[in-house]
Design a protein around this ligand. Structure first.
Ligand code: F6R
Length: 591
C-alpha cells in the first residue's frame, strides 16, 4: 500500500531512488514519482507502472544528492498524475512522500484553505506539505515544522520530507505505517521496507511508532515526538539483493513457486525455536487464529489440525472482523496472528486489542515488521522476500510453521514430524509437472467461473486455490467444502464451469469422490487432484497426480503448489502480469 524511499548520498540520488522504488513496486503501481533538492525542488511523477512512466519522463534524470520517491496504491484521490506523490507546498520549497491515511485531512485541508493555501491534488497527503509550510513560515526549522505537523495528524503515516531551506537532509516520521532506516558509508536511507535498500546496505534500524528521524549523509538522529534523542540498535539483514530479483524467471511469482521446496526446508529449520516457544506458553484452553487473505487460509488449516489432532477448541477470525469477537478473549486463550508482511493494518489493530487480555503469538515473514514488536512470541517463517503480489511460498512457510507448532502442542508428535521431513523431499518432484499444468491451463483461458472443492484439511486448499485464481486471472473462482456443494451451488454446475476436485488419499477420499461423481453426472468438467495409485482418478483424462504418501493431512502443503501453477499459467495465457494484478497491493497497510 504505497512504498516510500528517501536517501542522502555522496552522489546524485535519482538513479538510486529509481532502482530502490522499483523493488517496492509490489506495494502499489498506480503511479510513481521522485523529487530531489538542489536550489529548488526537482520533481518528476506520472500515472502508471514505473517502467511506463520512466520511458516517458526519464525518472533518474534529476540532479541533487538528497531525494525521495514513492509508488502509489490509491486511497484518497484517483490514480492520476495530479494525485501522484511527491506533493509540494504552495511555493514548491517543500516536497513529501507518504504511505498511510490521514484520517482528519478534511478538517485540516479546510483550515489551510481558509488560511490561503492552494491545493493541487485530491489526496489526504497534501495537507502535510502545507502544514509544514505553515510552520516553516513561522521560522521553525524543518525538523520542528515536521514535529509540529505530525502532532496535528490523526491516522497512519510513514513520511519523508525534503526542503530547499535545508537541502542536505530528509526528515522522516513513522506512525502505524512501516519505515526503516538504512545506514552506509555512502550515505543514509529511509524506506518502507528492507527490500528497497538491500542493494545499498544490510545495516538497518527498525523504527517504532511516533518516532522522528533526521537523516543527513553522515548522520542519523532518531527522536521521540518531543525531540528527545533515542538510542536505537543497528541490525543486520540476512536477506540478499538477489533474493529480491527475478533470477532469470519471467515473473517473481514463478520464481517464488520454484523456491517452495527450499522454503519448506528453511521453515523446518525453525523446529527447535518452535519447540522452545511452545514450552513458554502459559496455560490455555482455547486457540484463536487471526489473519487476512492467504494467511487466513493457512490459519484454517491450523484449525483443522488442532481440533482434529489435539482436540483443543480453535477459532479462526478474519482480522477485519475481529472487533465482533474480542469479548470472547481471556487469559486462557492463545491468540495466533498469521501475517506475511507483519504490516497488515487489520491484523495490527487486532493484536493490540488481543494483547490486553490474552497471550499472543505472531507467525510472520518480515523480520522487524510492526507485528514483531506487538506479539508476546514471534515465529519467523523464513521464506525470504516475496515480491509477487499473490502469496505463494510464504503460504507454504506459514503452513510448515503451523504443522510444527501442532506437532509440539501435541507433545512432540513424532509421526507428524517425520511426515513433514518426508514432504520436504517430495516437494522437489512436484515442479516437474509444470508443463502438464501449462497445457491444462490453455483449456481454461475463456471461462468465467471455476469451483474448487475439498474436504477437511483441504477445504482451505480449495479456498486458497480459488483465491489465487481470482487475484491473478480475474476469473471468478469459488472454494467450497465438498459436502456443501449439493446444498445450493450444484445448481450452477454445467459444462461451462470447471471444477477442481481435491481428493487426496485418506478417510475423506471416498466422500469427496462421491461429491465429484455428483458433479460429473451433471455434466461438470472436473480437474482431479489425487494420488497416482488411485484407480478411479487414474482413469480420468483431466488429472494432476501426487505421491500417495501425501495423504489428506499433508495435502495442504503440496497440492496447493499445483493450484498456484494452474492460476499462474491461466494468468499468462490471458496476457495478465501475475506479479501486478489490478487493484491489488502486497502489503495492505490501510483498513
Ligand atoms: C493473497 C494475498 C493476500 C494476503 C493478505 C494478508 O495472495 O497475498 O490475501 O495474504 O493481504 O497479508 P499478510 O499475510 O501480509 O497479513
Amino acid at each position: 500500500m504505497c512504498g516510500i524511499v528517501g536517501c542522502v548520498l555522496d552522489k546524485k540520488v535519482a538513479p538510486t531512488l529509481l532502482e530502490s522504488i522499483k523493488t517496492l513496486e509490489y506495494r502499489g503501481y498506480d503511479s510513481v514519482g521522485l523529487s530531489t533538492v538542489t536550489d529548488k525542488i526537482n520533481i518528476k511523477k506520472g500515472k502508471g507502472k514505473i517502467h511506463e512512466v520512466d520511458e516517458k519522463l526519464d525518472l533518474a534524470d534529476l540532479d541533487g544528492n538528497t531525494g525521495i520517491a514513492h509508488v502509489r496504491w490509491a486511497t484518497h484521490g484517483n490514480p492520476t498524475t495530479k494525485n501522484a506523490h511527491p506533493h509540494n507546498d504552495c511555493k514548491n520549497e517543500i516536497s513529501i512522500v507518504h504511505n498511510g491515511i490521514i484520517g482528519n485531512y478534511k478538517d485540516l485541508k479546510q483550515d489551510l484553505i481558509n488560511e490561503g493555501h492552494v491545493f493541487k491534488s485530491d489526496t489526504d497527503t497534501e495537507v502535510i506539505s502545507h502544514l509544514i509550510e505553515k510552520y516553516m513560515a513561522k521560522n521553525e526549522n524543518l525538523l520542528e515544522a515536521v514535529q509540529k505537523t505530525v502532532k496535528e495528524l490523526k491516522g497512519s503515516y510513514a513520511l519523508a520530507v525534503i526542503s530547499t531551506k535545508e537541502p542536505d537532509k530528509i526528515i522522516g516520521a513513522r506512525n502505524e505505517s512501516p519505515l526503516i532506516v538504512g545506514v552506509s558509508e555512502h550515505g543514509n536511507y529511509l524506506a518502507s521496507d528492507a527490500t528497497a535498500i538491500l542493494k545499498e546496505t544490510k545495516k538497518v534500524i527498525y523504527l517504532d511508532n511516533k518516532e522522528l528521524i533526521e537523516l543527513t549523509k553522515d548522520n542519523v538522529k532518531i527522536m521521540d515526538y518531543d525531540l528527545n534523542p533515542l538510542e536505537k540498535k543497528i541490525e543486520t539483514i540476512t536477506w540478499t539483493a538477489e533474493m529480491a530479483e527475478k533470477g532469470g524467471y519471467d515473473h517473481f511469482m514463478l520464481k517464488e513457486i520454484h523456491e517452495e521446496p527450499m522454503v519448506i526446508k528453511e521453515s523446518l529449520s525453525e523446529e527447535s525455536k518452535i519447540k522452545s516457544i511452545v514450552r513458554k506458553f502459559k496455560n490455555f484452553n482455547r486457540i484463536c487464529f487471526v489473519a487476512c487473505g492467504t494467511s487466513y487460509h493457512a490459519s484454517l488449516v491450523g484449525e483443522y489440525l488442532i481440533e482434529s489432532l489435539i482436540g483443543k477448541p480453535t477459532d479462526v477470525i478474519l482480522a477485519s472482523e475481529f472487533d465482533y469477537f474480542k469479548k470472547t478473549l481471556d487469559d486462557h486463550t492463545l491468540v495466533i496472528f498469521i501475517t506475511q508482511s507483519g504490516e497488515t493494518a487489520d491484523t495490527l489493530e487486532a493484536i493490540k486489542i488481543a494483547n490486553e487480555k490474552s497471550e499472543t503469538l505472531a507467525i510472520v515473514n518480515v523480520v522487524g515488521s510492526s507485528i514483531t514488536r506487538e506479539a508476546d512470541h514471534v515465529i519467523y517463517t523464513r521464506a525470504g522476500p516475496e515480491i509477487g503480489v499473490a502469496a505463494t511460498k510464504t503460504y507454504l512457510s506459514q503452513l510448515i510453521c503451523i504443522y510444527l507448532l501442532v506437532a509440539y502442542l501435541s507433545d512432540e508428535n513424532e509421526e507428524l514430524l517425520n511426515k513433514l521431513y518426508e514432504i520436504s523431499e517430495l516437494s522437489e518432484q512436484l515442479l516437474s509437472k509444470e508443463e502438464q499444468i501449462r497445457e491444462i491451463a490453455k483449456n481454461y483461458t475463456d471461462v468465467n467461473d471455476f469451483f474448487y472443492i475439498g474436504r477437511g484439511f483441504n477445504y482451505p486448499t480449495a479456498l486458497e486455490g480459488a483465491l489465487k485464481l481470482k487475484e491473478i486471472t480475474y476469473i471468478h473462482g469459488e472454494g467450497y467444502a465438498a459436502g456443501e456443494l449439493k446444498h445450493g451451488p450444484l445448481a450452477l454446475i454445467d459444462e461451462n464451469i470447471p471444477v477442481v476436485g481435491i481428493v487426496p488419499p485418506g478417510p475423506s477420499r471416498n466422500d469427496t469422490y462421491t461429491n465429484l461423481k455428483e458433479i460429473e453426472s451433471r455434466g461438470g468438467d472436473i480437474i482431479y487432484l489425487g494420488a497416482n495409485n488411485d484407480p478411479s482418478i487414474l482413469e480420468k483424462e483431466n488429472k494432476l497426480l501426487f505421491d500417495p504418501r501425501i495423504d489428506e493431512t499433508l495435502a495442504p502443503l503440496l497440492y496447493i503448489i499445483d493450484l498456484q501453477l494452474l492460476a499462474y499459467y491461466i494468468s499468462i495465457e490471458r496476457g495478465i502480469d501475475p506479479d501486478k494484478p489490478k487493484n491489488l497491493a502486497k502489503s495492505v497497510t490501510v483498513k
